[in-house]
Design a protein around this ligand. Structure first.
Ligand code: ADE
Ligand code: ZN
Length: 341
């Protein structure tokens, strides 16, 4: 198995969990045009090609400048549900069995969409996901370039819907927005029993300082991206001991920092860190989960063993019971035993 070339077919069929996926980042140009028409919104482009031509980004902030305005086409509960269902149908093709979906309520409430429209639309899709054979849950993220007060207000808006939300995250522009800015709201979320995670994007100003804060001061259970941790062996040892995993997104890195960061991911994987591979914003970075795994496998000449370990890690660091983990891990073993790819 060790030297077997990894095929796209093998990767696609491998049972997997996706843990770093922004629902708003799954808005494909086709759906964007459809919803713009339905809701009577002039988005400035009229064809798929025109929309794709606007996808010019080479940094996190230039990506976010394209990303947020696009959300304007999402208006009612059906729009949010359709967006999530479109992703879930694609996830099924990639044999995703389990998914934790990020969503950004402030990106919608700040343009006048009620919180309940967003959560009800997305939650409906998580229920419909069962019919596709996928278990889906929601992670509510705060926008770190908004204030701590706004995050707290959003948290309070979410509390009546607490059974619909599995965890709390932090995303958007990391520059000058360190984890400690949100210490109070994360402490509260933790006390209230939510799982917690946080973006520590690649190659940011003071990346390693932000990773240290997320781990030591906030007490996150996972790091989203987080590959800069490789710079500090004592922090690597810290997450290894606690089984804290990384949700990495190679194709996203390719756009944002012009490097898949596969060298760092593999170094960490081979040190026993629970590295996972995910698609982040697949409509923008032009690849779903199997495409991300395959891009990495090809570029870094990875073994099947590496790919299988990454898939196993995705279930090991998922927020599910040990019993469920065992079921999913058995699914992987059965697939590998019966696969001739
Ligand atoms: N929002 C959507 N994708 C993101 C990313 N990769 N980093 C930070 N915020 C995001
Ligand atoms: Zn992300």
């Amino acid at each position: 198995m060790q030297n077997k070339k990894v095929t796209k077919e093998f990767i696609q069929g491998l049972p997997k969990a996706e843990l770093h996926l922004h629902l708003e980042g799954t808005l494909e140009p086709e759906l964007k045009l459809k919803l713009a028409k339905k809701n009577g919104i002039d988005i400035g482009q009229h064809t798929i090609e025109e929309i794709k031509a606007t996808y010019q980004f080479d940094s996190l902030s230039s990506f976010l400048q394209v990303y947020y305005p696009a959300m304007n086409v999402l208006r009612d509960e059906d729009d949010f549900c359709e967006l999530a269902m479109d992703y879930l149908k694609k996830a099924k093709i990639h044999n995703v069995k389990y998914v934790e979906l990020f969503f950004d309520p402030q990106a919608h409430t700040t343009r006048g969409i009620p919180f309940e429209t967003v959560i009800n639309g997305y939650y409906k899709a998580t229920i419909e996901a069962c019919g596709l054979g996928i278990e889906a849950h929601l992670i509510m993220c705060f926008l770190r370039d908004m204030s701590a007060e706004s995050a707290m207000e959003t948290y309070k808006q979410a509390l009546p819907y607490r059974d619909k939300i599995l965890g709390i995250g932090l995303d958007s522009d990391e520059r000058n927005n360190p984890p400690r800015k949100f210490a109070d709201v994360f402490a509260l979320a933790k006390k209230d029993g939510f799982h917690i995670t946080m973006h520590c994007d690649v190659d940011q100003e003071n990346s390693i300082g932000h990773i240290r804060e997320a781990l030591m001061d906030i007490g996150v259970e996972r790091l989203d991206h987080g590959t800069n941790i490789v710079e500090d062996p004592s922090l690597v040892a810290y997450i290894k001991e606690r089984g804290i995993g990384l949700t990495c997104c190679p194709m996203s890195n390719g756009f944002i920092v012009d490097d898949l960061k596969g060298k760092e991911m593999l170094e960490l994987l081979h040190q026993g860190i629970k590295v996972t591979v995910n698609s982040d914003d697949p409509a923008y970075f032009q690849g779903y989960i199997s495409d991300n795994l395959f891009a990495l496998a090809e570029k870094y000449d990875m073994t099947q063993e590496d790919i299988i370990q990454i898939a196993k890690n995705s279930f090991e660091i998922a927020w599910i019971s040990d019993e469920k983990k065992k079921e999913y891990l058995n699914m992987i073993d059965e697939y590998v035993a019966s696969s001739n790819c």
